[in-house]
Design a protein around this ligand. Structure first.
Ligand SMILES: [Fe+2]
Length: 265
C-alpha cells in the first residue's frame, strides 16, 4: 500500500510571500508532483497546520487546490488551524462524534487513525479524555489489525530545546494508550518542520519537514528558520514492512546518464 504524508502547508493570503516562499504556489507544485508520480496512492494525509491563520478563506483556497489532487485525502488540524473553519470547509473529512477532527481509514494493511491534537489558543497540543477515549475504542475495534497513528504534535521529546515545550502536552497519556493495546505499528507527525525519526516506548515514529520553511537544528535567538527544500513523504506499508521516502518535489539536480556518461539535464 502506498500512502502519502503532506504536512505544515501553512496556507495564508493569496500572493503572500513568507520567508521568501509563496505557499499557494508551493502547494500547487506539490499536488502536481503527487498527481504525476503517485496518483495510485491509497490516501494522502495532511498532518496539520493547513491554514497559517486559520481563517475561512484559507480553507476555501485549500479546498480549491485539493480539488485538483487525484488521490483521496484526509485532513488533520494543527495549532495554526481553527477547527470550526476546517470542519465547515470540509464537512466530509469526518469527526469523532465529540466534534473533534478524528477518524479512521481501514485498509488491507491495517487501520489508519487520525487524531486531533489542536488546543485552540495554544501552540502546544492536547489530547483530552474525550479524544483519548475515542482512540482507545478505535484501537480496541482494530483488534489484531495493525494501527498507524497520525497527529500534528510530537508525542515525544525530540531534543529540540525551543520546540520540545511546544509538542503534545502530557504525551505519556497517549503513549500509555498505544502501548496498552500493543497493535500500533507507527506514529507519523508534523509540527516541527524537520525530518526526524526514532522510537518511543518501542513504537517507531517520524516527522516530515513539510511544505513550510524548516526550523534549524540549533534554534538560537531569532535565527531559527531556513528556507530548505520542501518535501512530502511517500510511505509504503506491506505486511510487517514500513518504508518512508522523502520526496523533495522542487529539487532539480543535474542528470547524468550512467550508460553514456553524458549530462542529460
Ligand atoms: Fe507548522
Amino acid at each position: 500500500m502506498k500512502i502519502i504524508q503532506v504536512t505544515d502547508v501553512h496556507l495564508g493570503r493569496r500572493g503572500e510571500i513568507r520567508y521568501g516562499a509563496d505557499l499557494h504556489e508551493r502547494l500547487g507544485r506539490c499536488i502536481d508532483h503527487i498527481n504525476a508520480r503517485h496518483g495510485d496512492a491509497t490516501l494522502c494525509i495532511f498532518t496539520g497546520d493547513l491554514a497559517d491563520g486559520g481563517d475561512t478563506q484559507a480553507y476555501v483556497d485549500l479546498k480549491a487546490a485539493l480539488d485538483r489532487l487525484s488521490v483521496p485525502y484526509r485532513l488533520l488540524p494543527g495549532n495554526h488551524d481553527r477547527r470550526a473553519n476546517l470542519i465547515a470547509a470540509f464537512p466530509e473529512n469526518g469527526t469523532d462524534g465529540n466534534g473533534f477532527v478524528q477518524s479512521v481509514f481501514d485498509t488491507p494493511e491495517g487501520r489508519l487513525v487520525f487524531l486531533d491534537s489542536l488546543a485552540e489558543g495554544r501552540v502546544s497540543g492536547e489530547l483530552c479524555d474525550n479524544r483519548l477515549g475515542w482512540l482507545d475504542a478505535m484501537l480496541t475495534e482494530a483488534a489484531s489489525k495493525t494501527a498507524y497513528i497520525f497527529l500534528h504534535h510530537p508525542p515525544v521529546e525530540l531534543g529540540l530545546t525551543l520546540l520540545d515545550p511546544l509538542g503534545l502536552e502530557q504525551p505519556q497519556r497517549l503513549i500509555d494508550v498505544l502501548t496498552r493495546h500493543g497493535n500500533v505499528g507507527y506514529i507519523f507527525f508534523g509540527h516541527v518542520h524537520r525530518d526526524i525519526a526514532g522510537t518511543v516506548a518501542g513504537i517507531p515514529f517520524s516527522a516530515q519537514r513539510g511544505l513550510h520553511a524548516r526550523f534549524m537544528l540549533d534554534l538560537v535567538g531569532d535565527e531559527m528558520v531556513e528556507q530548505a527544500p520542501p518535501a512530502y513523504s511517500l510511505i509504503l506499508i506491506d505486511g510487517a514492512r514500513v518504508v518512508i521516502h522523502s520526496c523533495d518535489f522542487l529539487e532539480q539536480w543535474p542528470l547524468w546518464s550512467p550508460a553514456t556518461g553524458q549530462r542529460v539535464r
